[in-house]
Design a protein around this ligand. Structure first.
Ligand code: SF4
Length: 383
């Protein structure tokens, strides 16, 4: 089975950019980006990252704000912060050379058993197992293993099986067999042994697959039910004054810490909130214009979050801020890293002012660029 799987992977494995290298740094970046994110989404991010930070030393020297900016759009920003911290540790403690020792790798921030195993096997061809959602699906079906696959004894059993597979590969006379075996298991789960409608007729291990032989594919894997979804409601404001917009910086140590966002507040037990009052509280001054901009819904872990965003014009910049904030033109704020929801609000704002800018440019040659229009919004409204 091991040799059949290795042959299949060498023949059918996708040509992904990080598979063309054995550089542990490049493998590490790809494995961290691929957590919670689809391969096709990761490819341009990985390429941009490798162009900007081609090695550990460059990453370690980069300011965190630049690291977060390059991560913008991938979400789960703690991953980027951990990459940055780990790069600094590698430079300080390993003179910039990526360690090849499993325990040394595992001790780095943000690196767990899966990522350490992936780096050791893919970059250094060591017989270290990996177990992610794709491999859990393959192994539970192939070996007919029921019970909660994500925790407890069943999970331990799956790690043992993954270890057995990679040790078996290690004995094969093949080029870099441990690297190929772990990637083959991942590839099988991603391309053939899919959650729904697996392509068993093309599967290299089909003759030995318990789930296929017993017709119980849908029975595996078994996982505990997900926690119930919690709905949360927010309102956000895009406050403008004289071609500048106000943003806040989230504090360190919270979700999306140190990223920038528009002033916002969570709405609880208020079916019809007093928007003008909320805007005044959030923005620090009574608005002269308050109008709907967009509504968006997004999910973070078990939270389903609905944000209603409003465009706000302030007659003056409020004195004193109760948290770290910044006024900037659209072009200046483009340099900052936003969580994805607030990036979408920012994009909606720019799209909403662009047609007004064109209108204004047609009637008044001095309007400036289309993305510097908070004041122009007032002009158009009053025109
Ligand atoms: Fe998955 Fe089907 Fe292959 Fe079994 S035969 S491992 S269910 S793709």
């Amino acid at each position: 089975m091991t040799e059949a799987l290795l042959r299949w992977f060498r023949r059918e494995g996708r040509d992904l950019p990080w598979r063309r290298t054995t550089d542990p740094y490049a493998v590490w970046i790809s494995e961290v980006m691929l957590q919670q994110t689809q391969v096709q989404t990761v490819i341009p991010f990985w390429e941009r990252w490798m162009a900007a930070f081609p090695n550990v030393t460059v990453l370690a020297r980069a300011p965190l704000r630049r690291v977060l900016k390059l991560w913008e759009g991938l979400g789960y920003y703690s991953r980027a912060r951990h990459l940055h911290q780990a790069a600094r540790i590698i430079v300080q403690e390993h003179q910039g050379a990526f360690p090849d020792d499993y325990d040394a790798i595992l001790s780095l921030p943000g690196i767990g058993r899966y990522t350490a195993g992936a780096i050791c096997s893919i970059a250094f061809d060591q017989p270290r197992p990996i177990l992610d959602g794709n491999i859990i699906r393959v192994l539970t079906r192939l070996h007919g293993i029921g019970g909660d696959a994500k925790t407890g004894p069943v999970n331990r059993k799956l790690w043992e099986l993954a270890q057995g597979w990679v040790e078996m590969a290690h004995r094969c006379r093949s080029d870099r067999p441990c690297a190929a075996l772990n990637q083959a298991l991942m590839e099988l789960g991603a391309t053939l042994c899919r959650p729904k409608q697996p392509v068993c007729e093309a599967c290299p291990v089909q003759p030995r697959c318990v789930a296929w032989r017993t017709g119980r594919i849908a029975h595996y894997p078994q996982v505990a039910p997900r926690p119930a979804i919690t709905q949360r409601q927010f309102v956000a404001f895009v406050p403008a004054h004289r071609e500048r917009l106000l943003v806040w910086r989230r504090p360190a140590g919270v979700v999306n810490g140190q990223l920038w966002e528009f002033p916002n507040v969570e709405i609880t037990d208020l079916p019809k909130p007093d928007l003008a009052k909320l805007a005044r509280t959030c923005c620090g001054a009574k608005p002269t214009l308050l109008e709907p901009l967009c509504t968006l819904v997004h999910s973070i872990t078990r939270y389903r979050i609905r944000i209603r965003a409003y465009r706000v014009i302030l007659p003056r910049k409020p004195a004193g801020a109760r948290r770290e904030s910044r006024w900037g033109t659209v072009q200046q704020l483009e340099q900052l890293a936003f969580p994805s929801a607030h990036r979408r609000i920012f994009t909606a704002f720019q799209q909403s002012v662009a047609p007004r800018a064109a209108l204004l440019r047609g009637s008044r040659a001095t309007a400036g660029t289309g993305t510097q229009l908070p004041d122009a919004v007032i002009d158009v409204k009053h025109a």
